[in-house]
Design a binder for this molecule. Structure first.
Ligand SMILES: Nc1ncnc2c1ncn2[C@@H]1O[C@H](COP(=O)(O)OP(=O)(O)OP(=O)(O)O)[C@@H](O)[C@H]1O
Ligand SMILES: [Mg+2]
Length: 503
């Protein structure tokens, strides 16, 4: 399926979602907090207002008592009337000021009779419905120049006079409680808006922080997918996203390496197949054209053709084995096996070639070894490869030895030793790589393609084992294959294992 590179629509981008969720979250918490706070403020305000109202009524009552006293005096001493009118005005003003309210005396039709002059802003007459007849009355009202007010009216009992005077104390509702809910609401609003602005900035920063590296990563992945195997991302920091970038780079590195190996592999395979084919073609053509005259030459040519065919067959069967192992199609069939007879059987197959070359082949198994559970075919292929190498590379008169023992932990260790040319230390690491040969031309002369040891390694790993090599140029080499006591995938306590370990 061909992918096209598309830009993420803005409203669907991680960044937009991040912003959206962050804002919704902070919005909800702000509204919730704000309304709870406002509710408490309003409730507290109501309680304080009630208290202030009761106090105002009490203060009005007290003031009324003072006034009645003054009026009583005026009746007793009529010649003091003028002075008294001034006293009344003074009491009204002073006591009103003390409680931050207006206090006036009104007659029964609501006209203000004292003090004179009437305080600034205060209406000259009041609605009679606000006045009290025999009980104190407290009501909310709206005065033209004063706004919302609380009006407390106290009837003034002036003895025999039946004029129906009222002391009226008026206080602005806003002055009842010092800090009103509206002020608090304003502060709350300012705090809320600042918090919202702060969260927008923070959300922008965070969303950038998350989306920018992801953006770079998706760009790099796109490049990689379209063949740029050098595509990598810069890694900053140590968080999850940088970990993701690190893994991306690692993945790209591995893809790069494996692609290179694959190309090399194909080049090697074609080379290994073309070389024998070329020589088969050349020699058979010479035979066909009749240019070879002697019977001996003809025979030699046919032998070369036959050898090259065998070589081709061997390479193809090795490639087939590798491909079976790589694809996981090589199924192991572990079964109990007696190491002694098994190793002798393997050596028997290599012996003719060793003897042909004038080599000594020694088998060193001192004491009888207990049975192991292993795939005999796979192990035989590994050991045959190692023995063939030893025989192939050891010059005439040399010795090749095959021995076996049990290593700590119950591992079976098989050693293949020779006193041949050895392997240079710098090549030891690559000896198990596909198509690797120490001296390409020399190994090729001996008919090798460099696949034998790589098959050995794959098979040993498949069996859950290990393979090692020790070698010194000029002195010889030792290859060690170690096989675990229990095949991979089988529990240590399984029946087959118990049978053997007790023996
Ligand atoms: N016992 C040994 N002594 C010296 N060199 C060795 C020995 N075994 C392996 N080598 C070196 O390691 C190389 C790789 O061995 P490997 O078995 O993979 O390939 P090969 O024997 O050349 O070819 P093939 O096994 O595919 O026929 C050989 O070409 C050889 O140079
Ligand atoms: Mg080999």
């Amino acid at each position: 399926m061909e992918m096209t590179r598309r830009k993420v629509p803005l409203f669907r981008s991680l960044r937009a979602r991040f912003l959206f969720y962050f804002l919704v979250l902070s919005g909800i918490s702000l509204v919730l907090f704000g309304s709870l706070f406002a509710y408490f403020v309003v409730r507290e305000n109501g309680r304080l207002t009630d208290k202030a109202r009761r106090e105002l009524v009490e203060q009005a009552n007290e003031m009324a008592r003072d006034l009645i006293l003054l009026f009583g005096l005026a009746q007793q001493y009529p010649n003091l009337a003028l002075a008294n009118a001034q006293r009344v005005a003074q009491v009204l003003r002073l006591e009103g000021k003390l409680i931050n309210a207006f206090s006036v005396v009104v007659n029964e039709s609501g006209e203000v009779t004292a003090p004179r002059p009437i305080p600034l802003l205060f209406p000259h007459s009041l609605d009679p419905s606000l006045l009290a007849e025999d009980q104190v009355k407290a009501q909310e009202a709206e005065f033209p120049r004063m706004g919302k007010v609380l009006v407390v009216a106290v009837p003034l009992d002036l003895g025999d006079s039946d004029a129906g005077y009222n002391l009226v104390v008026v206080k602005r509702t806003g002055d009842l409680v010092t800090s009103t809910s509206s002020t608090l609401t304003r502060y709350l609003l300012i705090a809320g808006v600042s918090a919202l602005v702060a969260s927008v900035l923070l959300a922008l920063y965070l969303s950038n922080y998350v989306s920018r590296p992801l953006h770079r990563l998706s760009g790099a992945a796109w490049e990689l997918a379209h063949g740029n195997l050098q595509s990598r991302v810069e890694v900053f920091g140590e968080d999850e996203i940088s970990r993701l970038c690190q893994y991306f780079n690692y993945m790209a590195e591995r893809i790069d390496r494996s692609t290179r190996q694959q190309k090399e592999f194909v080049a090697n395979v074609s080379h290994e197949i073309r070389t024998p084919l070329t020589s088969i073609e050349g020699f058979s053509q010479a035979l066909l054209e009749g240019v070879v005259e002697s019977e001996g030459d003809r025979r030699r040519y046919l032998e070369i053709i036959c050898r090259e065919c065998r070589r081709l067959k061997r390479v193809l069967s090795q490639l087939l084995s590798l491909s079976r192992i790589d694809s996981g199609a090589w199924a192991l069939r572990p079964e109990p096996l007696s190491p002694g007879p098994f190793l002798e059987g393997v050596a028997r197959k290599v012996r003719p070639r060793a003897e042909e070359k004038g080599l000594r082949l020694e088998i060193g198994i001192d004491k009888p070894l207990r049975d192991v559970v292993v795939d005999a075919d796979a192990l035989e292929q590994v050991l045959t490869n190692l023995l063939e190498n030893a025989v192939k590379f050891t010059p005439e008169g040399g010795t090749v030895a095959l021995s076996a023992e049990f290593a700590p932990g119950g591992w079976l260790r098989v050693l293949v030793r020779d006193d041949g040319p050895g392997i240079p230390p710098e090549d030891l690491e690559r000896i198990f790589d596909r198509f690797f040969r120490v001296e390409r031309s020399r190994a090729q002369d001996q008919g090798g393609s460099g696949l034998g040891l790589s098959i050995c390694r794959e098979l040993v790993l498949l069996m859950g084992g290990r393979i090692h090599v020790w070698s010194e140029p000029g002195k010889g080499s030792v290859f060690a294959v170690e096989i675990p006591p229990v095949p991979p995938g089988e529990a240590p306590g399984s029946a087959a294992h118990q049978d053997l370990s007790s023996g």
